[in-house]
Design a protein around this ligand. Structure first.
Ligand SMILES: *[C@@H]1O[C@H](CO)[C@@H](O)[C@H](O)[C@H]1NC(C)=O
Ligand SMILES: *[C@@H]1O[C@H](CO)[C@@H](O)[C@H](O)[C@H]1NC(C)=O
Ligand SMILES: *[C@@H]1O[C@H](CO)[C@@H](O)[C@H](O)[C@H]1NC(C)=O
Ligand SMILES: *[C@@H]1O[C@H](CO)[C@@H](O)[C@H](O)[C@H]1NC(C)=O
Length: 208
């Protein structure tokens, strides 16, 4: 009985950083607003809101290369067969593939701080994709750049992954790296072997 009561007590007394009733919390600057509470924490101490397949709010009907780089699958034989039978494959794919309906900039204003960006190379340019290609990676990152320019105390984690391409080369990947550096180098945190706190991040940023 004692333990039962204790557990309930511990649960109800656990510190909450955000008071759900608080009318003052502004999602576009929540890190800045909560800095007194979270400044001494490490990023792994807090749960960051993020979006799955963040860039899939707009997709075209251009199929992306197969994520495993399999040229056979790029031909998407099944799709061709389905279309021969009059099955509107794109009409089925698009609503399933669009897991978001806000741009990355809007998602950042909504409070998202982790972005799962999946990149496909069509042979000359990098795009987001989720089955089908989306907007260019440049366009997506420009949205996040705009957010960082105007919200100077927020920390974003941008994961660019799931590269899909046929015969991806090192040069293609360097092209993607260059896009990221050209747009965001000003805000990138240097690699660190130590676990730094959010306050340390702010200090590092002031030194950069
Ligand atoms: C939230 O913060 C942004 C950025 O500082 C500001 O432009 C906006 O007016 C604020 N919104 C509210 C409802 O206070
Ligand atoms: C975006 O998705 C949310 C969650 O499903 C929904 O509430 C909202 O109405 C949608 N907005 C638009 C413009 O489709
Ligand atoms: C990649 O997509 C862009 C934009 O749609 C297009 O201009 C370009 O020709 C495509 N590259 C290849 C190799 O298909
Ligand atoms: C990709 O590489 C394979 C194996 O080297 C080759 O057969 C294929 O033609 C290449 N595809 C393209 C689009 O370059």
């Amino acid at each position: 009985m004692f333990w039962f009561l204790f557990l309930i007590f511990a649960f109800t007394q656990s510190p909450s950083l955000i008071n759900a009733q608080s009318p003052q919390l502004n999602t576009s600057i929540w890190m800045e607003q909560l800095l007194p509470q979270i400044g001494n924490l490490h990023l792994y101490d807090i749960t960051l809101p993020g979006t799955h397949d963040a860039a899939s709010f707009i997709i075209t009907s251009a199929l992306s290369p197969d994520p495993a780089g399999d040229p056979l699958l790029d031909d998407i034989i099944l799709f061709q067969i389905a279309e021969q039978f009059g099955i509107p494959v794109q009409d089925i794919i698009i609503p399933w593939a669009e897991s978001q309906n806000r741009t990355l900039y809007e998602q950042a204003l909504d409070g998202m701080r982790y972005f799962d960006l999946r990149a496909a190379f069509n042979g000359s340019d990098w795009f987001s994709y989720h089955f089908d290609l989306g907007l260019s990676i440049i366009e997506h990152l420009t949205g996040l750049q705009k957010f960082l320019q105007t919200h100077t105390s927020e920390i974003l984690i941008i994961e660019v992954s799931h590269f899909a391409a046929t015969n991806l080369t090192k040069d293609d990947l360097n092209g993607l790296r260059k896009i990221i550096m050209d747009l965001l180098s000003q805000w990138l945190y240097p690699r660190s072997d130590n676990f730094i706190t959010i306050n340390d991040c702010k200090k590092i940023k002031e030194l950069l």
